[in-house]
Write a protein that binds this ligand. Structure first.
Ligand code: MN
Length: 611
């Protein structure tokens, strides 16, 4: 029978060494009394010079028999030179555990496997974020302060990790003893196991909507699809960037999803600061994805990818994203392969869908803008993480009044929360959001916004804040309108609608609240009240833009924009929005030409018989 020579695995220790057996060892150094050898990084023994057979150099591999393991841990060895032998690996037997069970194994050595979802080099160890079918945890590997451990392990690799389970800052973490990249069949087997489990785990629960709605029922498959995409991103530690329109409706939609996603990230076990890099909510000033926005998003995502070893993000658009104005930015994102999903209630252009993984829009399902983004976002949030519901169930009502929904769903969502919030108060919350977002500009104002929406379990501070912001916003609106209203010009259009024009550049305060769109809306509201029997169109006219508000005219703003762009050479016309509420941009020198044609077009739309 052949002699067996054992080779000690990387994470074995002295308990795995047996007296009488022969091991492969590496010469580490020399002393007067003999030669020190290493079985692996952790186990060391001594060949007394009387037991040496040959002379060696450092790092030579030699074979040694274990004579004695002393109680102090010293191992006495003799060198052997068997003429024929076979080698066997000694593998530390550690239990294979799933990440969600690590918390019950603190202090023990375990084996885990999974996908490397992030590699972050700290000033100390290298932190590998590992994802399996049950959760997300960090594994810390250390060779030298600030030096990348296991440099051949890459983002997306499947690895087997052996190490001791520790608690660091109240978080479970594995101290890596060894990490092996899985290849070939073994990798395929683990990848398949993870993918199959992810499909099941990411599937949203089958729960009914908060209110009855045929349109929502029609949208359910697509909403579930987006919920599943988002859940997959969370479970695989893919960052999410949520871009939303910076108004009350867009804020409600995105905050509902934010609450669900952040709770799900925490539940799936990622470390506490991860929610800030795994989820980012970013308001967009324009009602579409501007090149400036996508450039900023790409800039950060690509830097984080390089510096922190993060995956490229999923882009989620809310109350934004359905129109062809978004397409230049989508093309930009496509170059980098970023997946995009949209939840919007603006009138959609079919051409955007070639860029999107999924697209929820009530116009696809027999509805219109009356199904607000806040309604869609809250229902989506419940599909992403159902326990979030009690926190966010009033957000659709805030969104409904904020966006002036006239859909039947408006009243259902308002009834749902009428014990706690009456309609007037919901309007105050919506106004407070608009007012505060104006001053927040591009910032998400996460904590302030949560206070305004009463999400922080501090109802007194919420009420005080909403009372103050409502008062300030109303004061600013009064101030603006007292200057503006006397300058509103009236004419009657061909279709009988009353047109009111306010030059917001000349007769409104600039760079303060309310901005031109809101100013025009407030003017419009007053004129609608004063002309209750008539179709009313209000134009807020700037040097190179016009804001349109209307009631009772069956117009189509996106269509008018397309026609003006085609008909007026050198007008530089673009813009859009909802069918009857929107804005148009043009070059300043063509203002009079565009304005004249715009009025002709508005005057040609049929008027609803409201009398
Ligand atoms: Mn909206």
């Amino acid at each position: 029978m052949d002699t067996i020579v054992y080779r000690l695995g990387a994470h074995c220790d002295i308990e795995d060494v047996e007296e009488g057996k022969i091991y492969e060892a590496k010469v580490q150094g020399f002393a007067k009394f003999g030669t020190f050898v290493l079985f692996n990084d952790r186990v060391k023994g001594l060949v007394h010079k009387s037991n040496s057979k040959k002379s060696h150099e450092e790092r030579d591999t030699i074979l040694v028999r274990v004579l004695n393991i002393r109680s102090n841990g010293n191992i006495d060895l003799e060198e052997v030179t068997p003429p024929v032998y076979t080698t066997q690996m000694v593998v530390k037997k550690t239990p294979m555990v799933r990440l969600s069970d690590l918390a019950t194994r603190v202090g023990r050595t375990v084996t885990i496997d999974g996908e490397v979802a992030q590699i972050k080099q700290t000033s100390g160890p290298t932190i590998f974020t590992i994802v399996d079918e049950t959760g997300t945890e960090n594994a810390a590997a250390f060779i030298e302060a600030g030096v990348r451990a296991y440099p051949d392990v890459q983002l997306g690799d499947l690895v087997e990790v052996v190490g001791e389970v520790m608690m660091r800052n109240n978080q479970v973490q594995i101290e890596v003893a060894s990490m092996t990249v899985l290849v070939g069949e073994e990798a395929d087997r683990v990848r398949q196991r993870l993918e199959e489990a992810l499909e099941v785990r990411a599937e949203p629960e089958d729960i009914p909507f908060l209110v009855e709605s045929e349109v929502l029922e029609n949208l359910k498959p697509e909403l579930r699809k987006i919920a599943k995409i988002i859940r997959k991103s969370v479970f695989t530690a893919q960052p999410i960037i949520l871009r939303h329109h910076a108004d009350a409706d867009g804020i409600c939609a995105s905050v509902a999803v934010e609450q669900a996603v952040v709770a799900l990230i925490r539940e799936s076990g990622a470390d506490f600061d991860s929610e800030s890099y795994l989820f980012k909510r970013a308001p967009s000033k324009a009602p579409f994805y501007e090149i400036e926005d996508v450039t900023r998003d790409l800039d950060y995502a690509l830097k984080d990818h390089v510096r922190f070893g993060q995956k490229l993000p999923l882009i989620l658009m809310m109350d934004n994203g359905s129109t062809e104005e978004d397409e230049p930015s989508y093309r930009m994102a496509k170059v980098y392969g970023l997946p995009i999903v949209v939840v919007d209630h603006h009138h959609p252009d079919a051409s955007v869908d070639q860029y999107l993984m999924a697209h929820v829009n009530p116009y696809h399902a027999g509805g219109d803008f009356g199904i607000t983004a806040g309604m869609l976002g809250t229902e989506l949030a419940r599909l992403i993480h159902p326990p979030v519901e009690p926190l966010i169930r009033h957000l659709p009502a805030v969104a409904a009044v904020g966006d002036r929904s006239e859909a039947p769903e408006r009243h259902r969502y308002l009834d749902l929360v009428s014990d706690d919030y009456d309609e007037a108060y919901l309007k105050n919350i919506a106004l407070s959001l608009d007012y505060e977002q104006f001053w927040l500009r591009f910032n998400d104002g996460r904590e302030i916004v949560k206070d305004i929406l009463n999400l922080k379990n501090n109802p007194e501070r919420h009420r005080n804040l909403v009372a103050l912001l409502t008062m300030e916003a109303n004061r600013a609106i009064e101030e603006q309108l007292s200057a503006s209203m006397p300058h509103v010009q009236e004419q009657v259009l061909e279709n009988g609608a009353r047109l009111f024009v306010l030059d917001v550049e000349m007769y409104a305060h600039r760079f303060t609240f309310p901005p031109p769109g809101k100013t025009s809306g407030e003017v419009h509201d007053r004129l609608c009240t004063a002309n209750a029997q008539d179709a009313v169109v209000t134009l807020g006219l700037g040097p190179d833009f016009a804001v349109i508000r209307s009631r009772g005219v069956l117009m189509n703003i996106p269509q008018m924009v397309r026609e003006l762009r085609d008909e007026i050479t050198g007008g530089g016309v673009n813009g859009g929005g909802h069918l009857v509420v929107g804005s148009i941009k043009f070059v300043e020198g063509m203002r009079d030409v565009v304005f004249k044609r715009l009025i002709e077009k508005i005057g040609a739309f049929p008027v609803e018989s409201t009398r």
